[in-house]
Design a protein around this ligand. Structure first.
Ligand code: XIL
Length: 466
């Protein structure tokens, strides 16, 4: 968990130190060959002592664009399906870890911690469990937990030991475990999990328990009584399958009351669904909702992390279960970051890299387009890049880009262009060697700047061809 954060800090520190040195002696700064990417959600969360993770499922492990994001953006993985009873003990006493092992291996290869999910749940149970005689089910459940948690001993940081044991009114759900073992089955499951993997943190996990209400009260009372009796429980998972615009107003207060009982809290299955299709208004509401949930977790020290229930709208369980709804996650189906991604990013302390683009017609022919980007930023300094695109179908010979630094930013050093400054107005002309841009081609120049306070992207930025 600390490794990704350490890497991010080192990158930022090295960049800042190099720039400070360059500014001090007025030397030329070489343009880096590639811009440093911004920190990931996992790195930002780690810097706050948390994780930010995603659930995943076996079929998607063969999808390269998917795994590129899964392996880099998150520092925690939850096994979305294949640790469930139906996969791990499909027939009595026959255990199969082949699928879940692949996900755990992926996580280990990418330096990601794993949440185990889930040991005792009424869904995705193989049919044979329902036929176990009442007198045998406690033994069967203990054996299942001993095997599964034993197999993953040392490899999962949390187990969702029992999942969804309460009804909306706070009474016990009449699952096969409840009916055949009775009220004690939850405590027995936790004891079996502790025996199998003493170092895993043991969680009770449920949905519609994010705010204060009858169901979360029942969960609260159970945790309180477990603590009093010495039943080994370490945390509660708030699944957080939420609806657009309906984040409960008491989320933070609710997280706090569980923390005050002496357990950790995790947001375990976050998604925020809307009626599809998406539009800008819904996206903005969703971003606000993700921000609220992230801030609520960050407000309570014992809220240890957030997991989205998969990360891309193309791989979400929502459309298949809630017809007409979807678009619940932080990346779209093509792995583009949505406003909800940026809301989480900023709530976790990230500074968003933004761009401005303006097209201007100058000289003869069609104009050129200048796009301004802040590629990295640190305390008081930043690196920027402007790309110039020739929109014409014939070559362009000479270009000028202009903008105004409205917030007092200053240019320290610029390469691949010739800068003139007049107060806050910046004009950059091509260097001797890059004035010609082929038909529909592109060139770039880069610079180091300083700022104090904020560093918004200047707008407009104009591009004029000679
Ligand atoms: C869901 C999976 O995402 C689906 O692929 C599967 O078909 C059904 O289960 N609460 C839970 C998760 O604890 O295990 C569920 O996952 C979603 C609701």
């Amino acid at each position: 968990m600390s490794a990704p954060a350490g890497r991010a800090r080192r990158v930022l520190a090295a960049t800042a130190a190099a720039v400070a040195g360059a500014l001090a002696v007025g030397m030329a700064v070489a343009a880096p060959s590639t811009a440093e990417p911004g920190p990931t959600l996992g790195q930002l969360a780690a810097a706050k002592g948390r994780y930010f993770g995603s659930a995943t499922d076996n079929p998607t492990l063969n999808n390269a664009p998917y795994t590129a994001v899964l392996g880099s953006e998150f520092n925690q993985i939850t096994v979305g399906n294949t640790q469930k009873w139906q996969y791990t003990e499909p027939s009595r006493g026959q255990f199969d870890y082949s699928q879940a092992d692949r996900i755990v291996a992926f996580a280990q290869a990418h330096n990601q911690i794993v949440r185990g999910h889930t040991l005792a749940w009424h869904n995705q149970l193989p049919g044979w469990v329902n036929d176990v005689p009442a007198g045998e089910l406690l033994g069967v459940m203990r054996n299942h937990i001993a095997n599964v948690a034993g197999h993953y001993k040392g490899k999962v940081v949390h187990w969702d030991v029992v999942n969804e044991a309460f009804e909306e009114d706070g009474t016990r759900r009449q699952s096969v475990f409840q009916q055949k073992i009775g009220d004690s089955y939850i405590a027995e499951a936790f004891k079996a999990a502790r025996a199998a993997d003493p170092n895993a943190k043991l969680y009770y996990n449920d949905y519609n328990v994010e705010g204060i209400g009858a169901k979360s009260d029942a969960m609260y009372n159970m945790v309180k009584s477990f603590k009093q009796q010495g039943i080994p429980i370490d945390g509660v998972g708030l699944q957080a399958h939420l609806i657009l615009g309906q984040v409960p107003s008491t989320v933070r207060q609710n997280i706090k009351r569980f923390a005050d009982l002496g357990v950790d809290v995790a947001i375990t299955e976050l998604d925020i669904r809307m009626r599809t299709p998406r539009d800008a208004t819904k996206d903005a509401q969703q971003a606000a909702d993700y921000r609220t949930v992230t801030n609520a977790c960050l407000a309570v020290t014992r809220c240890v992390g957030i997991t989205v229930w998969d990360f891309s709208d193309g791989y979400s369980w929502i459309p298949s279960v809630f017809p007409g709804e979807g678009a619940a996650l932080i990346f779209d189906e093509n792995f583009n970051k949505k406003p909800s991604y940026w809301a989480v990013y900023e709530a976790l302390g990230g500074t968003r890299v933004t761009t401005t683009t303006t097209t201007t017609t100058g000289g003869t022919g069609t104009g050129c387009t200048a796009t301004y980007r802040v590629t990295s930023q640190w305390g008081g300094g930043f690196q920027g890049e402007v790309s110039i695109r020739n929109n014409d179908t014939t070559a362009l010979n000479g270009w000028t880009v202009q903008w105004t630094f409205a917030q007092g930013q200053a240019l320290a050093n610029l390469w691949n262009g010739v800068a003139t400054t007049n107060g806050q107005d910046i004009t950059v002309r091509n260097a001797s060697y890059n004035g010609t841009i082929d038909a529909v081609g592109t060139t770039t120049f880069g610079f180091i700047g300083s700022f104090s306070g904020s560093n918004p992207v200047p707008s407009p930025i104009t591009c004029t061809r000679a």
